[in-house]
Design a protein around this ligand. Structure first.
Ligand code: ADP
Ligand code: MG
Length: 685
């Protein structure tokens, strides 16, 4: 089965090259090139029960057809079946087609129903004329991931051929596992998934919950797990600089703090210190809810590296985040005599040269920057720790690349990965299976829960009134302007507009403005005045998402809240509720709310627990994604879906472990089978 696809009928060099683009080289690869989804042409849907987005077969009689001009020429035909009607719309059509679509003709169409101007319509459906009572297909039609010049028909023909050779495929899963879980053997699972038999429970198959699909999803998840485990085992054997210290600097840091560390912070700091004392690289993920105090934990790890005579690097996915980290780290570290370098994409050539020289010469003990930090010409004197602020934006491959970058004198740096918002357990178990995990599961004392309300834009004046009232009570407020565009210029413009109108509406207040386009010095001075109480209302872009800490600010208004994701809203809201007065957050939205936006706002009103919010976020985004995509977060699977298949994850983990222990010779072939198509896995795995 590992033979090249060229053994199959009709596969020459040209076709082989196209197949290669899909990651298909061998006959086995072809068998594991699984249908993305199925088309159901096995039944005729009554038009009356058709909903937008439904894909399927309808059948009816043409009531009316005409060629019209609506900006362009098109052919419209109205089709009815007694339960309802639909419009067929063609922008390209032949004369023969036009002549065929006349009143009284009976048609069967396949396509996707969309909402049109006058009810549901099918744009360019497949159709043919039929007699009353003619039969429909008796099996579901598999749809494969395809590529240009390689269509469904060829893929179906090739898989037919591959399936005919199926009997020689080894099953790498331990026999007991399948029987226990009621899952079929590999061969029958593959046959079913590629060529569903006529009597198959259609709903289960379309849902991806048929035992045949579950069997393959299970195997894929096991393979994925094993590949991360193998990766981790390899890294664990690499040498790393052991960081063994007394903790003198850490003591100096905590002595200077106006509060004491929480029990959870102390525990996680100890976990990190124990990892870093070993002569092998630490690979640890630190999670914690917004405001749990992750920064200090990272600062502590850096200090330990510095005390042992090494350097540390801190990386964030965006310039704004990196800048916030730079300020936070400098604030904590410089009083202890630890120099922090700033490697920004915005530095002048000269400033950059100097920063690089500081890092290379070892004068700077900690370097902060975006991922660009590790690209190109940055060299460290003796790097021992890399802190990555991840924000769900990295995958395992990027992490590997960074590990490689830090590699000098054959030793890898320790890695600490921090996430800004909690990751749901299911996602963490899969996406971060190559890491150890620590959770800061305790908030610093004295935080008060934030009361959250959603208010329509139409009641903006009331909200503005509310700011007035809060300020009259001696409190401070944030007004956050949001835009989905990443463009700093547009964001800044939106904030300036809001600033102007709020200054107008609240002439008796002192209103400040911060956004990413301001000079750092101006930004800092505005922030300092807000901290000291000189500014009562701060209008800001989402730059305040991280790092801002003003306990007296107890009211936050988030404009256009419907545009932001749950995690980001939760993160923003974390800026209030840091003092002892009750805080509130107003989610200002512009109606009408989409279904998913309403659910997001509801979730925020219902809970302030970041882990719960993360779970809801995954639930909302998973099924809400377009049907047929296999993507959840950073993970790409062929058939598994960690949301749908989450009930199997514990068993996946156990099975992976038992394979490693008892059938180690099955591990490589299993990974190869499922992950060979992805180059990165091939390289790092
Ligand atoms: P996050 O986990 O969201 O990154 P931060 O590290 O930004 O949280 O910390 C949030 C705020 O809480 C900061 O102002 C920090 O100084 C403060 N903080 C951190 N640890 C404690 C603690 N143990 N007690 C009181 N305040 C703390
Ligand atoms: Mg933080």
């Amino acid at each position: 089965m590992t033979e090249s696809v060229t053994v199959l009928k009709g596969v020459g060099p040209k076709l082989a090259e196209k197949l290669e683009r899909l990651g298909i080289r061998s006959v086995t690869d072809l068998l594991f090139h699984l249908p993305l989804r199925y088309q159901d042409r096995t039944r005729v849907i009554p038009m009356g029960s058709l909903r937008p987005g439904d894909e399927g077969v309808v059948e009816g009689v043409v009531e009316h057809a005409e060629v019209v001009y609506r900006g362009r020429r098109m052919l419209l035909a109205r089709l009815a079946d007694g339960t309802g009607s639909v419009t067929l719309r063609f922008f390209h059509f032949s004369t023969a087609q036009q002549q065929g679509l006349v009143r009284g003709v009976r048609l069967r169409c396949f396509g996707e129903a969309r909402r049109g101007q006058a009810g549901l319509e099918f744009v360019h459906p497949e159709y043919r004329s039929v007699n009353d009572g003619s039969t429909v297909d008796d099996t579901l039609t598999p749809i494969y991931p395809a590529t240009e010049g390689l269509h469904q028909l060829s893929l179906r023909r090739l898989t037919d051929d591959a399936l005919a050779r199926l009997d020689r495929l080894p099953d790498w899963l331990p026999p007991g596992v399948l029987a226990g879980a009621g899952l079929p053997d590999l061969e029958s699972a593959l046959r079913t998934v590629h060529r569903p038999p006529p009597d198959i429970p259609v709903a289960a198959l379309l849902d991806g919950r048929h035992p045949a699909q579950r069997r393959l999803a299970f195997e894929e998840l096991v393979a994925h797990h094993l590949s991360l485990a193998r990766l981790r085992a390899r890294t664990a054997r690499e040498p790393a600089p052991p960081v063994a210290v007394e903790g003198v600097l850490l003591k100096q840091l905590t002595d200077r703090l106006p509060f004491s560390l929480t029990g959870a912070q102390q525990r996680v700091i100890r976990e990190l210190a124990a990892d870093m004392a070993r002569p092998h690289p630490m690979l640890r993920l630190v999670q914690g809810d917004v405001g749990a105090g992750k920064t200090l934990v990272a600062v502590a790890a850096c200090l330990n590296a510095v005390e042992a005579g090494y350097q540390a690097a801190v990386m964030a996915p965006t310039e704004i985040l990196a800048e916030q980290h730079f300020h936070n780290f400098r604030e904590q570290l410089e009083p202890l005599g630890v120099r922090v370098a700033w490697l920004s994409g915005k530095l002048t050539a000269k400033a950059r040269r100097e920063a690089l020289a500081d890092v290379a010469g070892g004068r700077a003990r900690v370097a902060v920057g975006t991922h660009a930090l590790f690209q190109g010409d940055v060299a460290f004197d003796n790097l021992a720790l890399v802190v990555i602020d991840e924000q769900h934006r990295f995958g395992v491959h990027q992490r590997m690349a960074l590990r490689e970058k830090g590699n000098r004198d054959g030793r890898l740096p320790h890695q600490l990965i921090m996430t800004a918002t909690p990751i749901p357990r299911t996602l963490a178990m899969t996406a971060y299976a190559d890491l150890d995990a620590s959770v800061i599961d305790e908030l610093p004392p004295g935080r008060t829960p934030v009361r959250t309300v959603a208010v329509s834009d139409a009641r903006r004046a009331e909200v503005v009134e509310r700011i007035s009232a809060a300020v009259a009570e001696g409190r401070q407020a944030y007004w956050v302007c949001t835009l989905i565009e990443e463009s700093e210029a547009l964001q800044a413009q939106a904030a300036e507009d809001a600033f102007a109108s709020l200054t107008d509406a609240l002439p008796h207040l002192s209103v400040g403005l911060v956004h990413g386009r301001m000079k750092p010095k101006d930004k800092e001075s505005v922030m300092a005045r807000f901290k000291s109480g000189g500014i009562q209302l701060l209008v800001a872009t989402t730059v305040i998402e991280v790092g801002v800490d003003v306990p007296n600010a107890s009211l936050m208004i988030i404009e256009n809240a419907e545009r932001l994701g749950l995690a980001q809203l939760h993160q923003l809201r974390g800026r209030v509720g840091r003092g002892t007065t009750e805080s509130s957050c107003v989610l200002l939205y512009r109606p009408p709310l989409s279904d998913i936006a309403r659910k997001r706002l509801d979730a925020l009103r219902a809970t302030t627990d970041g882990f719960e919010i993360a779970r809801i976020d995954l639930d909302l985004r998973g099924p809400g994604e377009v049907l047929g995509t296999r993507q959840t977060g950073t993970m790409q699977f062929r058939i598994a879906d960690i949301l749908r298949d989450q009930d199997m994850l514990d068993s996946v983990k156990r099975t992976a472990r038992s394979l490693l222990d008892r059938y180690p010779e099955h591990v490589d072939p299993l990974i190869e089978r499922w992950l060979s198509g992805s180059e990165e896995y091939g390289r790092v795995g």
